[in-house]
Design a protein around this ligand. Structure first.
Ligand SMILES: NC(=O)c1ccc[n+]([C@@H]2O[C@H](COP(=O)([O-])OP(=O)(O)OC[C@H]3O[C@@H](n4cnc5c(N)ncnc54)[C@H](O)[C@@H]3O)[C@@H](O)[C@H]2O)c1
Length: 327
């Protein structure tokens, strides 16, 4: 099958590309490389360096590639930038999405998988939220993900597409950008590998549901390529993708620090790592956010395979192999 992945040079998108290629599919990528990089992609994968806000350029890439299925990962994904620049957020996440949907429909795509977000949908929840929990997006980023699902629902009904929205919880793993705001595992890994303390916002008692990037890729591959029981053309199906297991930032820092200590020790560095420092709380940060992925298990046959401890070990190793770890 020929599959076009927008945002395929990014963290999650590139894991999806790897999984699709391993399963024998043909893949093309649209990415403006604003946060992604060519290095995340195998050299043979065609990459169209295109901003999805540019509808003509998006259409030209689709005309060239003629995919049967689309996986839409490209997005403005900073909550704080969406608060500062709601217009930019809406341009990329709404206009950009509509450009991709229009090009998909015009070139005969049959299925469209959209990267949505459970983290911004459900607000403060202390037990894993099912898809039926009321949407409560508070940031412009959350609002555009919510609107994005509504647009996908409209295009599915109007054009007979099979629409699947995957609402990820907090995704982490190798290739995540350590300079953003979302990737706390990546940020702490980088800091501690450099021998610097992690900075924890406020009291650190902020609980999140961390899911491994390659597991999220596996959910996308099932949604893109499998027969999906109960999912009909012309409909939108929204599915949570997470573990349902909560970890707070204090626990997370301790797991990352233990893993960094182990890896540095194995490479000849045995000094004690600095303890975390606590910075100010981030205004508006949710205390707790968890999703239930029971429905994804039924529809996609998907369950997360990676434990948090093993996922952190893989992530720290990946950063250690690229960062300055001197003996
Ligand atoms: N990482 C998470 O925890 C998380 C959680 C929920 C949802 N998501 C969603 O998953 C998707 C992938 O996120 P990620 O974590 O891999 O981030 P990422 O920044 O690594 O990937 C996004 C990719 O999209 C590209 N891109 C951004 N704007 C573009 C534009 N205007 N035109 C073309 N390409 C553009 C970037 O260059 C990048 O390669 C996003 O839609 C994001 O909103 C991520």
């Amino acid at each position: 099958m020929k599959i076009l992945v927008t945002g395929g040079a990014g963290f999650i998108g590139s894991h999806i590309v790897d999984g699709l290629l391993a399963a024998g599919h043909e893949v093309a990528v649209i990415d403006d490389l604003s946060s992604g990089t060519r290095d995340n992609l195998p050299p043979a994968v065609p990459l169209h360096v295109v901003d999805i806000v540019d509808g003509r350029a998006v259409r030209a890439a689709f005309d060239r590639e003629r995919p049967q299925v689309v996986c839409h990962q490209a997005a403005q994904m900073s909550v704080s930038r969406s608060v500062r620049e709601p217009l930019f957020d809406a341009q990329v996440n709404c206009i950009g999405l509509i450009n991709v949907l229009d090009a998909a429909v015009a070139t005969g795509c049959r299925r469209f998988v959209f990267a949505s977000s459970g983290g911004v949908f459900y607000g403060d929840v202390t037990t894993p939220a099912p898809e039926t929990a009321p949407a409560n997006p508070v940031s412009p980023y959350g609002i555009t993900k919510w609107v994005g699902e509504r647009y996908l629902g409209f295009y599915a009904r109007e054009h007979g597409l099979t629409g699947v929205a995957l609402r990820y919880s907090n995704v982490y793993g190798p290739r995540q950008n350590p300079h953003g705001e979302a990737g706390v595992v990546a940020i702490f890994s980088k800091k501690l590998l450099a021998g610097e303390p992690a900075t924890i916002n406020g009291d650190g008692r902020y609980v999140r549901d961390y899911v491994f990037g390659a597991d999220v890729a596996a959910a996308n591959i099932a949604a893109l390529t499998h027969d999906l029981p109960g999912v009909a053309a012309g409909t939108l199906t929204s599915l949570n993708i997470g573990t349902g297991i909560g970890t707070d930032v204090n626990e997370l820092e301790a797991v990352v620090r233990a893993e960094v200590t182990r890896i540095l020790g194995s490479r000849g560095r045995t000094e004690a790592l600095p303890l975390p420092i606590h910075g100010p709380a981030r205004p508006g940060d949710l205390r707790s956010n968890l999703v239930s992925a029971d429905r994804a298990a039924e529809v996609l046959g998907w369950r997360p395979a990676m434990t948090f401890a093993d996922g952190v070990a893989r992530t720290v190793e990946w950063f250690a192999d690229r960062g300055p770890v001197t003996a």
